[in-house]
Write a protein that binds this ligand. Structure first.
Ligand SMILES: Cc1ncc(COP(=O)(O)O)c(C=O)c1O
Length: 410
């Protein structure tokens, strides 16, 4: 396998990396909010409009090619997630939209006396849709977030009971980088016959996923977090979508994966999703797409982790900086690092850094609950740095110099 500097050749594929702000090249450290997109994905989207823009299930060439493309995109995403077949993959506008569709179906399935378990660490997209089930007198329980940025495993065990119908847990936190013990959630939910739904939006860009091995009932992620366009992705265990009363038109197919897909999909974006999976896979080895995805994700993850760890260690030496979430020794970490700086709000720090072309996010990133629980909501939240496959040590050094200046009040 080639060494890490070879992976950085990917930078030549991302046109937006050439952009400058005055004299400053842009350092995109905002990947958890959406990564940049390589030329291969941009070309696939434009190519769809140029050559086969049509609706589905017709009798002429462009519609037939569109059907083929959608099927191939499902297969590519199945390879990305380790699903058994493309028929286990549905598309939607976003992860949040798909989660709300599922929640309306769950509302028809669950009732008074049933319980759902969510967590205090999750993004609102993996909380809000399930909290609406309270309107159906479903009890929604929240697993406690500890001050160290990890979920309390004993609380998880306590809250999953014989009444639990669904456990909805994030695989990795987009705010703190914590990687959760989803295998434990699976064991506990299995033991009581509850469904396990995993939000893999923040996990998918950084780790290989094997949904079959995880044995999740539902897994959601979003292609724009791994070099693709804005499309939400849903894996559903075979047979489960057919069992659910999802919102659908009678003209719509009644079987998975189309069953939960309302209206016409964004076909051009789906061409981009397929190209994004193939792009990631192009950095791996093997013959089958699945093998290439896995080895590429191992390689991308290793490079990102080395850089994130460097930032985590160095930023911790700056006076007035506090790092949030587990350390890298724990192994329970995505390459996403959030800090606070004494006496400086995250927004003003992000603005200062942004003026020098260093792009980092501030606030709660829709992970409002963990930010509240950690007592940071009134203080303006966190300053978040996310590492993607195209980020360099030089960019992190610019960020560190910027944070040093902000913390010193310069
Ligand atoms: C962990 C996590 N879950 C869910 C979402 C929502 O995804 P989408 O924007 O596709 O609705 C995000 C978006 O940032 C996220 O980071």
């Amino acid at each position: 396998m080639a060494s890490a500097p070879d992976l950085l050749r990917c930078r030549a594929d991302f046109p937006s990396l050439e952009r400058r702000l005055g004299s400053h090249p842009l350092a995109y450290l905002d990947g958890p909010a959406g990564t940049q997109v390589p030329r291969q994905v941009i070309d696939a989207i434009a190519g769809y409009y140029r050559t086969c823009n049509a609706n589905t299930h017709g009798q002429f060439v462009t519609t037939m090619e569109t059907d083929l493309l959608i099927g191939e995109t499902r297969e590519a995403v199945a390879a990305f997630l380790g699903a058994g077949s493309g028929r286990e993959i549905s598309f939607g506008q976003s992860m949040t939209t798909l989660a709300f569709s599922l929640s309306r179906a769950f509302a028809r399935e669950f009732g008074p006396g049933d319980e759902v378990v969510i967590t205090e660490l999750d993004h609102e997209a993996n909380r809000g849709p399930w909290l609406t089930l309270r309107e159906r007198d479903v009890v929604v329980r929240e697993v406690r977030l500890r001050p160290d940025g990890r979920l309390d495993p004993e609380d998880l065990e306590r809250k999953i009971t014989g009444k639990t119908r669904l456990v909805a847990i994030g695989w990795s936190s987009n705010a703190l980088g914590t990687v959760n013990d989803v295998a434990l959630a699976r064991r506990l939910s299995h033991a009581v016959g509850a469904w396990l739904l995993v939000d893999a939006v923040h996990y998918a860009p950084h780790f290989p996923i094997d949904v079959g091995r995880l044995d999740a009932d539902f897994l959601l992620c979003s292609a724009y977090k791994f070099y693709g366009p804005h499309v939400g992705l849903l894996y559903a265990r075979p047979g489960l979508l057919e069992r659910l009363q999802v919102d659908r038109l009678r003209t719509q197919e009644s079987t998975a994966p189309d069953r939960i897909e309302t209206g016409t999909l964004n076909h051009a974006a789906l061409a981009g999703v397929k190209a994004a999976v193939e792009y990631v896979a192009s950095w791996g080895e093997g013959t089958a797409l699945r093998d290439r995805v896995r080895s590429a994700m191992d390689r991308i993850g290793a490079q990102e982790h080395a850089l994130a760890r460097f930032y985590f260690d160095e930023v911790g030496r700056i006076a007035g900086v506090r790092r949030w979430g587990p350390d890298f020794e724990s192994g329970e970490r995505a390459p996403t690092v959030s800090i606070t700086i004494d006496g400086v709000t995250a927004a003003s720090a992000a603005r200062r850094l942004g003026e020098t072309g260093v792009l980092v996010w501030d606030g709660d990133f829709y992970a409002a609950r963990p930010v509240e629980v950690l007592g940071l909501a009134e203080k303006g939240g966190l300053l978040r740095t996310g590492i993607s496959m195209y980020n360099t040590r030089e960019e992190i050094e610019r960020l560190l110099a910027g944070v040093t200046g902000v913390a010193a009040g310069r």
